[in-house]
Design a protein around this ligand. Structure first.
Ligand code: BG6
Ligand code: MG
Length: 223
């Protein structure tokens, strides 16, 4: 059994609670298109790329648009989202994250971000968290979205680690699947009901001891 040396973190819902801003921006766009869109619908967009999210909203509204129009509306949504993100405060980092990251660094773990978001850079710098990660893999660097393992495989590679030396922290089912497809164990941020495929679930990073968590996860096994 290899020793865990690398921690790969999803961004939205693991490090920072941006889901509400994604929702507000999509809601404004959905209103423009007269599509009913609720917070419950928004759950379906977690971990899903921007374009795929918009396609889900269009499906809810029974609307079909050309590729050009879809690109245009995704651009509008992102402008609205960025207005919120530029005002993001350091206090919006999820509880316990800063302590957890600092403790893990002190203990010698290498850490990478593995996010679908193309706005990860802006978010991390707004939260003063850029330095907390040894590598940042985001939506601008990967071609295929979760559940494809690309984002986490690239994360491990940039950390200079084998896949079995890494574990993933994820709040979305597609992200947990991506971790498994990469051959890595996944710590679900949420409940067993919301993330039945996670290897272990914790409510958040607050009060979490990394060494104890790795012990609970148990040895890595193939398949
Ligand atoms: C994921 C979010 O992290 O990033 C999704 O969970 C979002 O809701 C996706 O759609 C893409 O984000 P962005 O910032 O590139 O629009
Ligand atoms: Mg997420």
């Amino acid at each position: 059994m290899g020793k865990i040396k690398g921690l790969l973190f999803d961004l939205d819902g693991v490090i920072v609670d941006t889901a509400k801003y994604h929702y507000l921006a999509w809601k404004e766009l959905a209103d423009m298109l007269n599509i009913p869109f609720t917070e419950k619908d928004n759950e379906r967009l977690k971990g899903v790329s921007r374009m795929k999210s918009f396609e889900i909203i269009l499906e809810i509204g029974g609307l079909e648009l050309s590729e050009d129009e879809k690109e245009k509306y995704c651009g509008i949504k992102n402008e609205i989202y960025l207005e919120y993100i530029r005002k993001l405060r350091k206090e919006e980092v999820l509880p316990g994250v800063n302590v957890f990251l600092a403790d893990a660094r002190r203990k010698g773990y290498r850490m990478a971000l593995g996010s679908a978001s193309k706005n990860a850079g802006v978010i991390l710098s707004g939260l003063n968290l850029t330095e907390a990660f040894d590598a940042v893999i985001d939506g601008t660097k990967v071609k295929t979205a979760k559940p494809d393992p690309e984002v986490f495989l690239l994360g491990a590679k940039e950390l200079g680690l084998n896949r079995e030396a890494c574990i993933v922290f994820e709040d979305a089912r597609a992200g947990v699947e991506a971790a498994h497809n990469a051959g890595m164990k996944a710590v679900g941020i949420g409940t067993k009901e919301s993330l039945p495929n996670a290897d272990i679930c914790i409510p958040g990073l607050f009060g979490t001891n990394i060494e104890e968590l790795i012990r609970q996860l148990g040895p890595w096994r193939k398949g």
